[in-house]
Ligand binder design. Structure first.
Ligand code: ZN
Length: 137
């Protein structure tokens, strides 16, 4: 419990770990791994330095007391990556439901549509554009 209080005391009034920090720690690991994989080449040290920069940037952000600034950065990061994160979460959601549902893209507007499995051939009506098409489930 002492340790927790100590940590809480240190982190009081500081930014802590936000989404951008988590992203930076992943990028750090990717850079350091790449650097190890191609060690001996000139590019290896570039990746190493980039990895360290991301690492220290993440540490700096976690311990920063300028909360307004750090939150603005985090919001900018979330805004910039919204599309990518949305796609990733969509793919993850489809994967999780793969046993109960099949997923088809509307041939005209590319929206993802979900249909229950094991219903034979069904006519699917797109909820976005009204396009109808037949697929087997
Ligand atoms: Zn459609």
């Amino acid at each position: 419990m002492r340790f927790r209080q100590w940590i809480t005391g240190i982190m009081a009034g500081r930014n802590g770990t936000d989404q951008l920090c988590r992203f930076l720690s992943i990028v750090t690991m990717v850079f350091l791994l790449l650097s190890l994989l191609i060690r001996g080449t000139g590019l290896s040290s570039v990746f190493w330095v980039l990895g360290l920069l991301c690492f220290f940037w993440g540490i700096f952000r976690s311990f920063s007391r300028n909360l307004a600034r750090r939150q603005a950065e985090n919001q900018a990061y979330l805004r910039l990556t919204r599309n990518i994160r949305g796609r990733f979460e969509g793919a993850l959601g489809r994967f999780r439901q793969r046993k109960e549902y099949r997923f088809y893209r509307c041939p005209s507007c590319r929206t993802w549509l979900r249909v229950p499995r094991h219903k034979g051939k069904v006519q699917i009506t797109c909820r976005q554009c009204g396009e109808r098409f037949t697929r087997s489930t």
